[in-house]
Structures are given as structure tokens and as C-alpha cells.
Write a protein of this length. Structure first.
Length: 58
């Protein structure tokens, strides 16, 4: 399987994604800890993941 790579939008570190990564998946940057969302895989596009608001069980 071919591994995918992208760059962290915060610090520029090259990030290895699993070959089966899918759009919408959230990954962490190993260097700065930013949460990144996979926007697309061909070509790889990453963006800062949106903050999820707590729904408190609603």
C-alpha cells in the first residue's frame, strides 16, 4: 500500500497518513499537536480541524 503524505498547516511538518485515509478524518500533527482534517486524498489536502462544540447529551 502506498502511504500518503501532507504538510501541517500550522508548522509545515511532513505528516504521513495511512494509505486508507479518507476525507473528513482528523489526524494530529506529531510535531506541534495541531488537529488536522483530511479534506481530500488525491492530492492530499489538510486544513485545521474545526473545534467541536460539546452537545452535553442533547
Amino acid at each position: 500500500m502506498v502511504e500518503l503524505t501532507g504538510n501541517c498547516v500550522e508548522c509545515g511538518t511532513i505528516i504521513d497518513l495511512p494509505a486508507d485515509a479518507e476525507a473528513g478524518e482528523v489526524i494530529d500533527c506529531t510535531m506541534c499537536g495541531s488537529e488536522l482534517e483530511v479534506i481530500q486524498t488525491d492530492p492530499v489536502s489538510l486544513e485545521e480541524a474545526p473545534d467541536l462544540e460539546e452537545d452535553w447529551g442533547e
